[in-house]
Design a protein around this ligand. Structure first.
Ligand SMILES: [Zn+2]
Length: 375
């Protein structure tokens, strides 16, 4: 079995569909990766995650290094054995969550020192330590360690941050490659930075291409810039990256974000939205998001989404889901999470089929008409 390969089967405009082959299984693209922050996709058993159609899930280095700890995870046989998921896992580098969650950060050329948001204990992350932690977790797709600055900062601040991230990308490559047995069965992705600036994005893409990675992520988006600015950046950013490698847009997004990004040449996504929304009473449907707590569902005996093929929509009514969420029953979170993850995978499958038949433009137009209730 190959360590890592990416085959593009068909294109439709800039949209691509293909398959990533890895030792733990194949990943159909465009792919959506459910987020398993703390060694669990919240409210879901792993067998149910797989049943939604997920080929790969994401684990968070920052959370797992703090609890239960990377060395403990390695002693327990790695993340796959620990949580019972035997297919590919992508781990992030920890950099983004150090910036967003931890206290008392200090960033130097060496790396980042920070205080845990759990107990205030002091920790350090560097490119080398991030690679070591992701190796101890047993990650299949390892992400380079980078800094993700806010997009609204001055260009020179964004430029200096991007240049340091490119030096960290080279150190990440060296750290990953020193992993011997782990490096021989897993893959390393670099992360393009440069916020909304086309020139900086190009410089970042050139630097990453010089180092060489199995896949390339587009970082620094979906951090509050808005969909219009994100799409404007995606009009040029994906094509700056090698065409024969997977392109991964980190932390995205809403269903309409996914369709617009695939339309612009993105192959992989992750986001907490379907799981977090499922716990908060928001369900995604082909006719847009709906709030299950709304009183209009109280006596609705129909399914959450009549077009959805998931087990929740086959069996349970909107009235029951409404009741569970109003009563704060944990089954409400479980059922809505399962539906939302299934809906996201049905959306990805729909996009893959449309690209394979070269009718993606029509698929996207139909999707937007229904999702935004446009006639
Ligand atoms: Zn459903």
């Amino acid at each position: 079995m190959t360590r890592f390969s990416f085959q593009i089967h068909a294109t439709s405009g800039k949209a691509r569909t293909g398959t990533i082959q890895m030792k733990r299984g194949e990943i159909r693209t465009p792919a959506f990766m459910p987020v398993g922050t703390a060694a669990t996709v919240k409210a879901m058993k792993v067998e149910d995650v797989r049943r939604t159609g997920a080929d790969i899930i994401l684990g968070n280095t920052y959370h797992l290094m703090l609890r239960p700890g990377a060395e403990r995870m390695a002693r327990l046989g790695g993340l796959h054995a620990f949580m019972g998921w035997d297919r590919p896992i992508l781990t992030d580098s920890g950099g983004y969550q150090v910036m967003s969650l931890s206290d008392l950060r200090k960033i130097t050329e060496e790396g980042v020192t920070f205080a845990s948001h759990l107990d205030g204990s002091r920790h350090m992350l560097s490119p080398e330590r991030s690679m070591e932690i992701q190796r101890l977790l047993g990650s299949d797709i390892v992400m380079a360690f980078d800094e993700c600055p806010r997009a609204d900062q001055p260009r020179d601040v964004i430029a200096r941050s991007m240049e340091m991230s490119m030096r960290w990308a080279r150190r990440s490559r060296a750290g990953f490659d020193s992993g011997e047995e782990h490096a021989a069965r897993s893959a390393l992705f670099g992360i393009q930075q440069g916020a909304l600036d086309e020139g900086l994005r190009q410089a970042s893409a050139d630097a990453l291409r010089d180092i060489g990675f199995d896949g390339y992520a587009i970082g620094g988006l979906a951090v509050g810039e808005g969909q219009e600015a994100m799409f404007a950046t995606l009009d040029f950013a994906p094509s700056q990256l090698p065409a024969d490698r997977p392109r991964y847009l980190m932390g995205v997004g809403k269903p309409d974000d996914l369709v617009g990004a695939v339309e612009r040449g993105v192959d992989m996504f992750d986001c907490v939205l379907p799981t977090r929304s499922g716990r908060n009473g928001q369900g995604f449907t082909w006719n847009g998001p709906i709030n299950m707590r709304n009183a209009r569902h109280a006596e609705d005996t129909g399914p959450l989404d009549p077009r959805c093929t998931c087990p929740v929509c086959a069996k349970y009514s909107r009235a029951y889901l409404h009741h569970l969420h109003k009563a704060g029953e944990m089954l409400g979170a479980m059922l809505l999470t399962e539906h939302n993850l299934s809906f996201y995978q049905q959306l990805m499958a729909g996009m893959r089929a449309a690209i394979a038949e070269d009718r993606f433009t029509a698929f996207a137009a139909d999707f937007r008409r229904d999702y935004f209730n446009r006639e």
